[in-house]
Design a protein. Sequence first.
Length: 82
Amino acid sequence: MAKQIQQKIFNKTGVYARAGIGENKVIAKLCCVMIAKKVEGGVFHLKKEKLYKHIGHKPVRDMWGIGSRIEKHLWKMGIRTI
C-alpha cells in the first residue's frame, strides 16, 4: 500500500515520498524520519521488538522534535539515547 501511495504522489507531483510504518504513530514517525529516507525505495516497517536495533541506541538529539533545550533537560534527567 505504501508503494502505491508513493507512486501516486510521484505521478501527480513529481516528488519522491518516503513512508515509515510502525505499530503506532510515534514509531512510524521515527521510522520515516530516521530510517525510511536512508533505505532504497523509501519504505521501512519497524516493529516494536526491533526498536533498539534500529534507533534505540541513537542520541536523543537525532529524534525529530528534540531541540537543544529539550536535549539539555533530558541529559539532566540521565536520558541520553532514544
